[in-house]
Design a protein around this ligand. Structure first.
Ligand code: MF3
Ligand code: CO
Length: 255
């Protein structure tokens, strides 16, 4: 593992393991997506993801992360909940939009990915929010080329989201990913082109647009994890772990 400041450049062999971790992570998220129906509890979603990880000899880096220790393997965040919602007894309802974030550790390497989807029929506004957030992720990924800087990625995401009339979170960012879930560099969803860290082949970054309808402001609920929009407006979150290569960016967290 090469080292440049605190940024770990991954070898092709390491990226192969991360690709497999990412593949398993995508299977766990696909299993959760299948369950997004009214009446299903958020704990059911967590159990479905855990089952997939266990079958593949993997586990989630979310479990026991941070303080107070995060108590589950996935985050399930509904409507105004932006990220880090804790699974439990709450039942999904028709019209909810649900963000599911899952991590995988396989052979010591991490994959980290998230999506947002509706339960049954959702409002046109909710649909647009989800589409813009997903597209913002791919707009960011397209900028993840050797020679660009992290600020180019951040600015592209911000401009796309704000150009569509929505807001990007300030307090939570994308991040390097590898042996640890959170490595350097941080990659915010807002920024200035030409600034930040130079992207080099072998960097792996979890890019994660977190988008709010009303304002960019957030609060943390008394459970000390669940992040919600300050104004109660709808939110969405997409994430992929992506490697910078000599050519096109390599999305790790896909089947
Ligand atoms: N994917 C998220 C992140 O990148 C979720 C981790 S929060 C945790 O930070 F507590 F669940 F681990
Ligand atoms: Co992440």
């Amino acid at each position: 593992m090469a080292r440049e400041s605190n940024i770990h450049l991954k070898t092709p062999a390491e990226l192969e393991i991360m690709r497999e971790a990412g593949r398993i992570n995508s299977l766990a998220l696909a299993a959760v997506r299948e369950l997004l129906k009214p009446g299903v509890t958020t704990a059911d979603l967590n159990a479905a993801a855990e089952e997939v990880l266990r079958k593949h000899g993997a586990y989630s880096p979310f479990k026991n992360y941070g303080y107070p220790p995060y108590p589950a393997s996935v985050c399930v965040s509904i409507n105004e909940e932006l990220v880090h919602g804790i699974p439990g007894k709450r039942k999904l309802q028709e019209g909810d939009i649900v963000s599911v974030d899952c991590g995988t550790v396989l052979d010591g390497y991490v994959g980290d990915s998230a999506f947002t989807a509706g339960v049954g029929e959702i409002s046109p506004t909710a649909r647009k929010l989800i589409e813009v957030t997903e597209q913002a992720l791919y707009v960011g990924i397209a900028m993840m080329r050797a020679g660009n800087k992290t600020g180019d990625v951040s600015a592209a995401i911000q401009q796309f989201v704000e150009g569509n009339g929505f807001h990007v979170v300030r307090e939570y960012t994308g991040h390097g990913v590898g042996r640890s879930m959170h490595e350097e560099p941080q990659v915010p969803n807002y920024g200035t082109p030409g600034t930040g860290v130079l992207l080099r082949a072998g960097m792996a970054i979890a890019l994660e647009p977190m988008v709010l309808i009303g304002t960019h402001r957030t609060r943390v609920r008394p459970d000390r994890w669940t992040v919600v929009s300050a104004d109660g407006s709808l939110t969405a979150h997409y994430e992929h772990s992506v490697a910078v290569t000599e050519g096109d960016p390599l999305i790790l967290t896909v089947p």
